[in-house]
Design a protein around this ligand. Structure first.
Ligand code: NZQ
Ligand code: ZN
Length: 392
């Protein structure tokens, strides 16, 4: 196990009806003026918007609104949001929505208290030194942004999708009511299942040895998501399934499974070039295409790790004479699971061909400044080979 610092400061309010507490929670912290940040309209259709604004009014919290965040959130609105916060003396940003709204809120919160253009944070030429606090009401189980240190924003100019991590990104509080996810359709639910699994998988496939605690938590999380994900798809109003999925989403990306090991998030790095360039691609759907290809490219360099994944997650019998066969069976089991929940597993199912592999691979290496680890260092040419595996 390698040394680590683990910090998960977000206060979680979990359960039925908890969104109604939001005004009181904010009042108890002493904030008087907030920005209410949300997406394209799902919170208005579900009635959540009315519940939230009522709770704010009841508790005397003044709010300014900034809605319209689109999936794969963009830099332009982030800049505008920061201006609004500055002009209106906002003290806290309340993000009501999925990962896109939360990420937008996080970066606005940092840009609102300095003169730095937020793209400098995304591009890692500047590091945020302070932030407004962010509170969350989560409506979609997927990204784990409600507890994570990350935020991902796309620069419309060039289609660069970039994430960065900082403790400032960890929300002050997050309200998790599984009932709020009943209205998430089957496609977005399935994208969420893949994303949750991939936050664990992208940490689990690491070269660090002797992390048995983290491995066992990871495998348990994956087995639970595989089961409860199907239950939630079959019955969208199954509270227990939605609850398990929601908590799994938070635990999969608050780094409880990453602490103590070196991890690189290879599939996420490869995916961000897909949904960054092709804006219509949902992050989870992109990941479902990336994992099988990446795994097939690297597994021979990490046969034991992939065997353990096959045996402990997918319940596959270990073939003692042919461990590579077991390893590959685990990859296929995962791919077949993604298919079974309606996810694409090849680029053509997303309507994407090989037209931009060169550009995507170049951007993924940050123009030659990095390789994608672990197991095999993927440089530009190797990244293109992995993208090619996504075609067949
Ligand atoms: O915009 P609205 O109308 O709210 O609709 C959204 C959106 O169309 C809808 N939705 C959300 N909650 C709903 C609902 N529809 C019905 N009922 C509800 N209760 O779902 C659609 C997708 O929402 P979005 O927020 O885009 O999805 P998700 O939560 O998957 O977030 C994806 C973004 O997060 C980034 C991704 O790259 C992508 O940009 N990620 C953020 C991470 C982080 N901050 O830690 C980690 C992830 O790996 C990921 O990269
Ligand atoms: Zn993700």
């Amino acid at each position: 196990m390698v040394d680590f610092t683990f910090y998960a400061p977000t206060k979680i309010y979990f359960g039925k009806g908890k969104q109604k507490l939001v005004g009181k929670i904010i009042k108890d912290y002493g904030f008087k003026k907030i920005m209410l940040h949300y997406g394209k309209g799902s919170i208005k259709r579900s009635g959540l918007y009315d519940e939230v604004t009522e709770s704010l009014k009841e508790n005397g919290i003044e709010y300014t609104e900034f809605g319209g965040v689109e999936p794969n959130p963009k830099l332009g609105p982030v800049r505008r949001g920061a201006e609004i916060c500055k002009n209106e003396n906002v003290e806290l940003i309340l993000a009501v929505g999925g990962g896109s709204v939360i990420d937008s809120a996080k970066v606005i919160a940092e840009a609102a208290v300095c003169d730095t253009d937020p793209w400098e944070f995304m591009n890692k030429t500047k590091i945020p030194e302070k932030s407004l606090p962010v509170g969350v009401i989560l409506t979609l189980s997927a990204t784990g942004s409600e507890m994570s240190a990350s935020a991902v924003i796309t620069n419309e100019d060039g289609g660069f999708k970039r994430g960065y991590t900082t403790d400032f990104h960890k929300p002050l509080f997050s309200i998790l009511n599984p009932e709020l996810t009943y209205t998430v359709d089957k496609f977005q639910t399935a994208c969420g299942i893949v994303d949750i699994m991939m936050h664990t998988i992208d940490r689990y496939f690491s070269e660090t040895k002797n992390v048995d605690i983290q491995d066992n938590i990871s495998e348990g999380l994956l087995r639970s998501v595989i089961k409860t994900g199907k239950d939630a798809l079959e019955n969208p109003e199954d509270y227990e399934a939605r609850a398990n999925l929601m908590w799994a989403g938070s635990l999969s990306h608050n780094d409880i499974t990453g602490a103590g090991r070196e991890w690189f998030f290879p599939c996420h790095q490869l995916e961000h070039e897909i949904s960054g360039r092709y804006d219509f691609v949902a992050h989870g759907a992109g990941l479902a295409v990336v994992f099988p290809a990446w795994a097939k490219y690297v597994y021979k360099s990490a046969v034991e790790r992939f065997c353990r994944f096959a045996v402990n997650v997918w319940n596959i019998d270990r073939n003692l004479d042919a461990p590579e066969k077991t390893a590959l069976e685990g990859i296929y089991a995962c791919e077949n699971y993604f298919k079974s929940i309606g996810m694409p597993v090849r680029l053509n199912e997303l309507g994407i061909g090989d037209e931009a592999f060169d550009e995507m691979a170049e951007k993924c290496t940050f123009f030659g400044k990095r390789v994608i680890k672990p197991f095999i260092d993927l440089d530009k040419e190797k990244i293109k080979e992995v993208y090619k595996l996504m075609l067949d």
